[in-house]
Design a protein around this ligand. Structure first.
Ligand SMILES: [Fe+2]
Length: 445
């Protein structure tokens, strides 16, 4: 019920902000500055929670397909009769899969839930509306209480006020977009940060896929699709203080085929990157964002970009499992894409690496700072909605105060250039096929 109230409240609020301050200026006019304007200290992406009809099966599929061992559980076997939850982890990347137990059994011991914000009736309506989808984008903050209070006093719609768990973890939630919440999580000084939430226990070895590792290390960006970018950006910007990091419009892409406008919000360190897309209309093909909004019944999380320490390793492992329970990828670009790439990526990628990109179907894009290697899976569930991106960023190494090298966030951009590169290479490729069929006809004659 809370969710439908907040929904109405949200549409009411956004109605009043049609004169929002947020305006797209386009990729070439956009000037990147970092005003370090966060309203509360933000550390990093912490975890992503999916809501699903069956957490056991879905968590195992993700574990196997992405090389992420199942490290912890909270379910009937640990005394939780409200929800089944499984935690997957690879490096600093954590995925949580949650499903509800029988309403009758669950209502007889509601306090056995280990995720204090879990609400069975919200879960049911969420699942009906969206299918398998992301419920929470969790970020680690210095204090969940302060983050929640500050956000709400700056216009965030509250979903769950702060709860303090016995292991010193605090949790709170505000509305992000659609039925997705932004979850604030903080750890007390003496809390072991690897302990996750109280009530979770280590997964027994026989069910944990222990030892699986394809090189995924952390979440790079979490992207939302919304009907209107202006009000959605303005809403999040206002209550987090995040700054605009990058943007592009359908016109920037140079072909009207992208069907989307996009903008990115970032925290002070630019390690929490939250792009959002809106559909544009009047293109030959229907906007993929519009398709998403229809199948997802509104706004929601579109894709998660997972950063690999070695994208070739990750892709070799993932592709091995595509046909046997893992994830499938979007069709590979035509050979013309890789012929053009040799000019574009000279000096950054070796001939060997370019060959490997072609073999694995990896796309390459650059911005003024660095290079981005990226590839997209097909939708991960029944609906043409959510998918996963695997990335590796090259370049932008800088030193911190202690002299330690680190990579600047968002190095190489988000793949804007690939829209037009793919479009161009497909056109060129189709021309080579025309020539081939003319030649074949001549041979046949
Ligand atoms: Fe992305």
């Amino acid at each position: 019920m809370y969710s439908s109230i907040s929904h109405h409240l949200f549409s009411f609020l956004t109605m009043g902000t049609t004169n929002s301050d947020f305006k797209l200026v386009g990729y070439s006019n956009f000037v990147r500055i970092n005003p370090k304007s966060d309203l509360f200290p933000v550390k990093r992406f912490h975890h992503i929670e999916f809501w699903t009809g069956d957490a056991t099966n879905v968590s195992r599929r993700f574990s196997w397909g992405l090389g992420m061992p199942i490290v912890a559980k909270s379910d009937l076997s640990t005394g939780n009769s409200v929800h089944a939850s499984y935690l997957l982890r690879s490096g600093n990347l954590s995925f949580l899969f949650t499903s509800a137990y029988s309403p009758t059994i669950s209502s007889s011991s509601p306090s056995s839930a280990s995720i204090p914000t879990f609400n069975p009736s919200q879960f049911t309506s969420f699942l009906t509306a969206h299918g398998l989808a992301v419920r929470a984008v969790a970020i680690e903050v210095e204090s969940a209480d302060a983050a929640f209070d500050t956000s709400v006093s700056h216009g965030a719609i509250p979903c769950s006020p702060p709860t303090h768990l016995p292991n010193g973890v605090a949790l709170a939630e505000v509305h992000l977009y659609g039925d997705v919440v932004l979850r604030y999580i903080s750890y007390g000084k003496d809390t072991d940060a690897s302990s996750f939430l109280a009530g979770f226990e280590e997964m027994p070895e026989e069910a944990s896929f222990r030892g699986l590792d394809f090189g995924l290390r952390r979440l790079d960006h979490a992207v939302g699709n919304v009907p209107e970018l202006g009000p959605a950006m303005e809403y999040v910007k206002k209550f987090t203080g995040f700054h605009e990091f990058a943007e592009f419009t359908a016109e920037d892409v140079g072909t009207s085929e992208s069907g989307l406008n996009s903008a990115v919000l970032a925290n002070n360190d630019e390690t929490v990157l939250m792009p959002m897309n809106e559909p544009v209309y009047g293109t030959k093909r229907k906007s993929q964002i519009q398709t998403y909004l229809e199948h997802n019944e509104g706004a929601g999380l579109q894709h998660l970009a997972l950063m690999s320490e070695d994208i070739f390793w990750t892709l070799r492992e993932m592709r091995k499992r595509s046909g046997v329970g893992g994830f499938e990828f979007m069709p590979r670009p035509p050979p013309t894409y890789y012929r053009n790439l040799r000019g574009r990526a000279k000096g950054v990628l070796s001939e060997e690496q370019m060959k490997e990109c072609e073999e694995l179907g990896i796309l390459v894009d650059m911005d003024d700072q660095g290079t981005l290697l990226q590839i997209f899976t097909k939708p991960i569930g029944d609906r043409p909605t959510m998918f996963i991106e695997i990335i590796q960023r090259i370049g932008c190494m800088v030193k911190d105060e202690s002299g330690k090298l680190y990579q600047k966030g968002g190095c190489g951009g988000f793949g804007k250039g690939n829209f037009s590169e793919l479009f161009k290479s497909i056109e060129e490729y189709e021309k080579t096929l025309e020539r081939k069929s003319v030649a074949d006809d001549a041979n046949a004659a």
